[in-house]
Design a protein around this ligand. Sequence first.
Ligand SMILES: [Zn+2]
Length: 493
Amino acid sequence: MKKVILFVIDSLHPAVLRRILSEGNAPALAFLAKHGTYFDRVVSSFPTMTPVATSSMITGTWPDRHRVPGFIWYNEEIRKIVDYGATLQSILKIGPKKILRNLLIKLNEEHLNPETPTLYEELESRGYSTGNVNFFMYRATHPHQAKIPFSLSLATGFRLKQETVSGPSHLTLGQLVHPPFSGRLTSYPRGVFHRFGFNDAFSGKIVAQLIREGKQPDFTVVYFPDNDKYSHYYGPLRTGPSIERADQQVASVLDEFGSWEKALEENVMIVTGDHSQSTVGLSEEYLIDLDHALKSFKRLRATEEASEDNNKEIAICPNERMAFIYLLQRKSEILPEIVSILAKDPRNAQIAWRVSENRYCVIQGGTEKRLFFSRTGAYQDVYGQSWSLEGDLSVVGAQVTREQIIEFEKYPDAFNRLFSALEARSGSRVVVSAASGYEYLAVGAPIHPGGGSHGSLEEEDSTVPMIISGMSVRLEHPRIIDLYPMILEHFGL
Ligand SMILES: [Zn+2]
């Protein structure tokens, strides 16, 4: 049985990958594409944020099932905002120790639904070995000792002395958790200037070493984080150089097998992204200031707990080009007020909320357009999901054919993705998704004027390319959750 390696390049943009392949600047990816199947448009989760999308990939479910709603979200169970470290200011405000704990332990062990098994858990329970290199979703049953580098523990006060992280049989998380290799690890790019080993070169070198030492697991996920930073800074359409650097890491992994042909004889190689990015405008009008728009409501602060005493009305949780506005009290009163404020702004492409059990409303900012939808009904989409509808379909850029098939274009899989964002955990909320070129500003929001951003329902944030090589696949309307059954099937499960 062939082993499987899944390479995930953060924020991989389909048009840029196409371009560098045609220019001959990504030889390893070009080799895999030539000997495999190339998908140009694989639909990601909503919000198009890394923790949400990677949870979808590793569990084969959307956030309504896997329960990781966003990068920043309100946790009704503890009545507090959860943030995995969106900005340096929020890290300092919330406390580096807490952020690190959220990211390293709670994301996998508390937030990710225990009832949606990960690929690692499924494969390991059938006797296959699995591995994870720097990918943030790694829940499985093997205990690993985490070691916090001295400079990081000094900065964060975070000590993991008695702390174990459970993961697949092989787990590398930068310098925090790494395998007991002999020798050379210290020559890998590490330390504070290399994000403690959370970088492409570190990821590539660890996998290469696993292969060289005969320790390659049956299934390995390898995460390349660098492209996300590059894309945020220079804009998604200028990410050629950083994707080419990820390509060099893939090449160095292929090299370990003696020849690239031999690598494919022994392995299935998959390359994809978690989400993509789109360009945001440079001037201030491209920032939709939610704190300002919703200033008449009492907003829950990052470190606060919602309680009867402090009377907080809303929690604003910005996720770049989308935001959750959670309603904490007087819900039926403040919902229409919030919706009518947001509806006046044409920069809000969609504003959505749950009207009642299985009935959702979406409106388009700056217009009177309105659409209601429910799960199951007379209309089918291309994914085989059925819906009932009422109102103006142009709110989500969809059309209905004569055969009552719903076709999405600008907002792929819109109903399912809106539904799953509205139903990811308990808590009443309004969801907003920004029009092209805009992103949300609020306390704690990372912003990228003139650079790249993501999070929205829109196609450019939402679709990633995927190369599958070394195994034949047929997928007519691929989505990132399709990886899960495909990989299990490869292993005969
Ligand atoms: Zn990002």
